[in-house]
Design a binder for this molecule. Structure first.
Ligand code: PMP
Length: 317
């Protein structure tokens, strides 16, 4: 089975999904995307798409910011995605990338008077960070882009130049990942992950007003910690120095899963090993995303059974 893409309202082999070099989004970063995981459950021989609807709700919020108008409802976007996964037939973990973009082949910086389009691709993804061993981080010399510049709450392609600058700087300095501070010096997030600290018996994470992407893994961890560990998460501004004195720290993200942070700016976090709370949350999280915890099955859409029920679709095969 060749890898397929959903492109211009059809399922086509990936190699046939091409856009022109004048495409607006390529020149000006005028696109919104998302990243969705499909998690393979060996016992059930099933690929579970995790919180697919929540990912599309977030993408559509980004579309409102960018004035991108798609002809699909949320139900249809979910249906398109399930069908693409089913057609592709993977029996391993996959990563799904939907992109809504300004598709006009036109020069000129603006959001209005342009055509919009949408595609989805599916791929495998090598481990993004080492979730087993943990990661070493630095605070970045790059600051997180502010909502008054480009809203970070939308997963807007142009925003990712900010992340790319920070990630490459961190890697070139010998670290695994960067932690970006806001312009006022408070902690925002990693280049592609939200950050949590364990401080005493609480989890602490930056609030939406600190220029974070409102992560779906972040929300998953907040809910699972509350329900399963009786641990509340406090959303509040975090000082840089609190990073150094935390008992534990970890990143969350669709690509990064729950990844322990062992060191920040050459200071060990806690005892410099993967912490107890992080380990427990990681264990719970992996069960949840693989559809192994009944309580959270409503977040897992099976790709290899009947398609999710939706209204009649305008999508062509
Ligand atoms: N922040 C940024 C900048 C990201 O790119 C991501 C990855 N989507 C996240 C946080 C985590 O979000 P999620 O858990 O929804 O993947």
């Amino acid at each position: 089975m060749p890898p397929y893409a959903f492109f211009r309202n059809k399922y086509v082999p990936l190699a046939e999904a091409k856009i022109g070099i004048l495409t607006h989004a390529l020149h000006y970063g005028t696109a919104c995307f998302d990243g969705i995981r499909g998690n393979w459950n060996e016992e059930e021989e099933q690929l579970f798409l995790f919180r697919v609807r929540d990912h599309y709700e977030r993408m559509l919020k980004g579309c409102r910011i960018l004035k991108i108008d798609l002809p699909y409802s949320i139900d249809e976007l979910c249906q398109i995605t399930v069908k693409l996964v089913e057609k592709s037939g993977y029996r391993e973990d996959v990563y799904i990338r939907p992109v809504a973009y300004k598709s006009s082949e036109a020069i000129g910086v603006r959001l209005h008077d342009l055509e919009d389009d949408f595609f989805v691709i599916i791929t495998t993804l090598p481990p993004y960070l080492d979730a087993d061993k943990g990661v070493r981080c630095c605070t970045s010399s790059w600051r997180r882009i502010d909502d008054t510049m480009i809203p970070a709450r939308g997963k807007i392609t142009g925003v990712y130049v900010n992340s790319a600058l920070a990630k490459t700087e961190a890697n070139e300095r010998g670290f695994d990942e960067a932690i970006l501070l806001n312009f006022d010096g408070h902690v925002s997030e990693g280049s592609g992950e939200n950050i949590f600290l364990v401080l005493g018996d609480k989890l602490v994470t930056p609030p939406s007003s600190d220029n974070i992407l409102m992560g779906i893994t972040r929300d998953t961890v907040i809910q699972v910690a509350r329900n399963e560990l009786n641990t509340e998460t406090v959303e509040r501004p975090i000082d840089r120095s609190e990073l150094y004195i935390a008992d534990e720290a970890f990143f969350t993200g669709t690509a990064a899963h729950v990844s322990p942070i062992l060191e920040i700016d050459h200071r060990p976090i806690g005892n410099g090993k993967v912490g107890k709370v992080t380990k427990e949350l990681q264990r719970l999280y992996f069960d949840v995303i693989k559809g192994k915890n009944q309580r959270y099955l409503h977040w897992c859409t099976p790709a290899y059974s009947k398609l999710v029920e939706t209204k009649p679709s305008q999508v062509k095969d």
